[in-house]
Ligand binder design. Structure first.
Ligand code: HEM
Length: 134
């Protein structure tokens, strides 16, 4: 089942693209399209989480084999990536809820944190994949 990490990385990359698209769309005033871009980004990240947990339940932890500064770089990316990945779950849900309920003041305030953090987690997820599996 080696395809699963590649699929998971693609889901992360898709989230990143959808988040950027969603941001551009709301800046241009396309509320409906922003809504669907962000809901799709959330679905990609949720599917990623399922695939990630599935892979680790079936394969255990995959240790990084690199050494020297590559290893330092790997952990310098992995540690904030994993920490923020846990933070982003409640943040993304709260941002969506405020959006769905039309509480756009609160939505906007929290979304300004959610968006960059989520983007960071998605992009570093792809980097971690290439460092581990490529
Ligand atoms: C977790 C997913 C979402 C994220 C990360 C997100 C992100 C953002 C961001 C960063 C802004 C502020 C843009 C700016 O700087 O002007 C914004 C505004 C907005 N979002 Fe979202 N959004 C999400 C989901 C949604 C959903 C589901 C809806 C609709 C149901 C929605 C509706 C809006 C609207 C109407 C605004 C404009 C608010 C205003 O100008 O006062 N968003 N969103």
């Amino acid at each position: 089942m080696v395809f699963l990490p590649a699929l998971n990385a693609s889901l992360n990359a898709s989230s990143a693209v959808l988040l950027v698209a969603g941001y551009v769309l709301i800046r241009r005033g396309h509320r409906r399209a922003h809504h669907w871009a962000m809901v799709s980004a959330f679905c990609c990240s949720a599917l990623f989480l399922v695939g990630y947990l599935w892979f680790h339940f079936t394969h255990g932890i995959v240790a990084y084999r690199g050494a020297g500064w590559h290893r330092v770089l790997y952990f310098a990316i992995l540690i904030p990536h994993s920490t923020l990945a846990a933070v982003i779950v409640p943040l993304a849900i709260l941002t969506l809820i405020h959006g769905f309920r039309g509480r756009f003041d609160k939505h906007r305030r929290i979304a300004r944190w959610t968006l960059p953090l989520w983007l960071f987690v998605s992009v570093t997820g792809v980097i971690v994949y290439f460092m581990l599996f490529a």
